[in-house]
Design a binder for this molecule. Structure first.
Ligand code: AMP
Length: 311
């Protein structure tokens, strides 16, 4: 399998100003995989407990996700409980029950060791590092993290950054991790620590990309259907890596296109609770929104504007 995603499979309890849902499908690996599955096949490395519904595994399989890497362990599935206020850019974690996540088995099958494109979704950074060590010939590795791990495993995250091509963080995490309120500075520090690129996700305000020789800002989408932002970051990452793996093109221009696909997928994910919007999403809708993103970022060429100004 060309694309491997490792991350949590969870049952989430989520409260937003638009409602409350208990024990719905969630987890960083799940959200990222569902999103990436719109672009091509992939394998998911994860763990669930005995309470994880088999219907959800069937749903993932139906989306072309190879679930043989999802271990079923005794005990309960990872459970995250969070809430959002009207500013839905920030999740308030109420409870994190790691449960079977403590038994996450990072050993890769011979087939998964050959993965070329890898996304290490939000997970214990020591486990993310163990996955990287087993890869035989990776072409592109991206990783995500969150405040939970920044607070508890900072030095492991420093080791991780050195080994990934792209580090993905949301803006709050980037500020916290790089200890600066300034996002461009945070981006530069991530590169100085060893990543080849940094993507800082800004929720409804789009995403910015830092590489040693370029900066790119992906437009935000005027989203009016916002119900639950859980998994937006992972859906972004899934669209980003899913498109890269499918195209096999790591040129700077194509990485920008991948960022737009990431933004498109995140913009759909927030339209309903958990991954519910993704369950009914179509390629036609993705294509239409991709075109909208293109239009929103376009502005008329320079020559004309200087002529208008007559400077
Ligand atoms: P996000 O894309 O950042 O909104 O990710 C949301 C998902 O992350 C939820 O579905 C949670 O189950 C999962 N999650 C929450 N806390 C953690 C954690 N500490 N480690 C890994 N995954 C988590």
């Amino acid at each position: 399998m060309k694309l491997l995603i490792a991350g949590t499979s969870g049952l989430d309890t989520i409260e937003t100003p638009f409602g409350r849902k208990e024990n719905i499908l969630g987890g960083s690996g799940i959200h990222a995989s569902i999103s990436a599955s719109f672009f091509g096949p992939l394998s998911l490395l994860s763990i669930v407990g005995e309470d994880f519904p088999t219907t959800q595994v069937d749903f993932l399989e139906g989306r072309g996700i190879d679930t043989r890497g999802i271990k079923k362990a005794s005990g309960k599935t990872f459970h995250w409980e969070g809430s959002y206020e009207y500013d839905m850019n920030h999740a308030h974690t109420k409870k994190t029950d790691l449960n079977t996540l403590l038994n996450f088995d990072s050993r890769l099958s011979p087939e998964l060791k050959k993965a070329e494109y890898v996304f290490l979704a939000n997970l214990d950074p020591d486990l993310q590092l163990m996955v990287i060590e087993q890869l035989e010939a990776p072409k592109f590795i991206a990783a995500d993290t969150m405040n939970f791990w920044i607070e508890s495993k900072r030095s492991s995250l420093h080791k991780l950054i050195k080994k990934v091509d792209f580090m993905l963080l949301n803006e709050g995490e980037a500020r916290q991790f790089m200890e600066t309120p300034n996002l461009p500075l945070a981006g530069r520090r991530i590169l100085e620590l060893g990543a080849k690129g940094a993507i800082i996700k800004k929720g409804e305000h789009g995403a910015v990309v830092f590489t040693p020789d370029a900066f790119f800002s992906a437009a935000s989408y005027p989203q009016e259907e916002l119900k639950d932002p859980t998994g937006a970051g992972d859906s972004f990452a899934g669209g980003f890596i899913g498109y890269l793996a499918q195209s096999g093109d790591l040129s700077p221009g194509n990485i920008r296109t991948a960022v737009i696909f990431g933004s498109v997928m995140a913009s759909f994910n927030v339209e309903d609770f958990g991954p519910d919007r993704m369950r009914r999403l179509t390629h036609r809708e993705i294509k239409k929104r991709f075109d909208e993103f293109k239009r929103f970022s376009h502005f008329d060429e320079e020559e004309k504007c200087w002529k208008n100004l007559n400077w």
